[in-house]
Design a protein around this ligand. Structure first.
Ligand code: FA5
Length: 369
């Protein structure tokens, strides 16, 4: 190539490069531009490679022309880079800005289950009366669930509570003292292993509490219990709250006073409450507590079966044999106990006619409480 041809090429490159500057709108495109025109394998370097074929006198003329073009482009790039950087910074700041006039995001929040609401209400009534809360295991031994509560082995009263027995056996070894004292086989006089079970009521916690604490003892025990039961008002797993008050001079009058106050706090001050004789092996006398039907106010309806009363809990004076089982002297101390179903109270309180609704985790139901 001649000197004139190379100079013409440099001039055409200059025109192209200057024209292309207008299309640069980001730092990234600017970088690509530099590589394309001024980089090691860029267009200007390619032209300068042909300088070797020129006459030595012509080389400085062409070299200076190339340097001028290079300097011109570089200076234009410096000011363009500043403008583009400024614009990009502005864009980032705008993206970060918060419009405080916009409405906030709403978050789905959790809420308490209706059974938990009712259980907490029950607990708060008894806590205010000076009772403490105790807990016991769901898996129990025959001793705590039945025997210590005065259910003799093979006694028909055990059939009142359809029991789920489970695989293991209570070995009564010193390593498992929490399962209760061993019962000797009447023939061999050796300790017998009894099956483990899912507790059928919260009454075993009375025994555990009395074993560990001497009277006065005012306790309640909320918890899950299990029975072979399944219909619209009975569930195989449900919740009870057990109550126990043992002290000197506790009478049936205390039982009536505390339980009437409880029922009227839950269902309303004017609510009628009645105590009916009933049988539970661990109390004597035993009673069932009824309240005037909360739907028909005692007039009689489908829910109360027409007689105007609804049974809500079992209660009674602690049987002397039970006190003896936990080494409390029944001549010195007396007490009353009661047990209520949380689901039953919740169903009456909220007018729910199917117990299964509590366990179906249907938000349309649960969100109403
Ligand atoms: C008992 O369980 C006694 N332990 C209560 C007791 C304690 C009596 C202390 C005396 C002294 P009962 O089996 O009646 O009693 O059950 C008590 C309550 O549990 C019932 O009133 C009922 O509301 C509820 N209940 C019983 N079975 C079910 C079930 N399958 N599903 C839902 N609730 C139930």
């Amino acid at each position: 190539m001649t000197k004139e041809e190379i100079l013409a090429k440099i001039e055409s490159l200059r025109a192209n490069a200057v024209g292309a500057l207008d299309s640069l709108d980001s730092l990234h495109s600017l970088q690509e531009y530099k590589v394309q025109f001024l980089g090691k394998s860029g267009a200007l370097t390619e032209i300068l490679k042909s300088l070797g074929g020129l006459h030595p006198e012509d080389r400085p003329v062409v070299g200076q022309a190339a340097n001028r073009v290079k300097a011109e482009i570089e200076s234009k790039l410096v000011s363009l880079q500043e403008t583009i950087s400024l614009k990009e910074q502005q864009k980032q700041t705008e993206a970060k800005q918060v419009d405080i006039s916009l409405p906030g995001f709403s978050f789905a929040h959790g809420f308490r289950h209706p059974l938990r609401i009712v259980e907490e209400e029950i607990e708060s009534i008894f806590l205010k009366l000076g009772f403490s809360i105790y807990e016991g295991p769901d898996i129990e031994s025959d001793y705590y669930n039945f025997e210590a509560l005065n259910f003799p082995p093979d006694h028909p009263a055990r059939e009142m509570q359809d029991t789920f027995y489970i695989g293991g056996m209570a070995s009564h070894s010193p390593a498992s003292p929490s399962l209760g004292p061993a019962k000797p086989d009447p023939r061999s006089h050796k300790p017998v292993a009894l099956p483990l079970l899912l507790r059928t009521h919260t009454s075993p916690v009375q025994i555990r509490a009395m074993e560990k604490n001497k009277p006065p003892l005012y306790m309640i025990c909320p918890g899950a219990v299990y029975r072979h039961d399944d219909d619209v008002t009975h569930s195989p797993m449900f919740h009870q709250v057990e109550g126990l008050m043992v002290d000197t001079k506790i009478t049936f009058g205390d039982l009536k006073g505390v339980l009437t106050l409880f029922c009227q706090t839950i269902f309303g001050k004017k609510l009628k409450v009645r105590f009916r004789p009933s049988f539970f092996p661990f109390v004597e006398p035993g009673a069932e507590v009824d309240i005037a039907c909360v739907l028909c106010n005692g007039k009689g309806c489908r829910v109360c079966g027409g007689d105007g009363w609804l049974e809500i809990l079992g209660a009674g004076m602690v049987h002397p044999a039970v006190l003896e089982n936990v080494k409390i002297d029944p001549k010195k101390f007396t007490g009353f106990a009661f047990g209520l179903g949380v689901e039953r109270i919740a169903m009456l309180k909220y007018g729910i006619d199917d117990i299964r609704l509590f366990y179906q985790t249907d938000l349309r139901f649960l969100e109403q409480f």
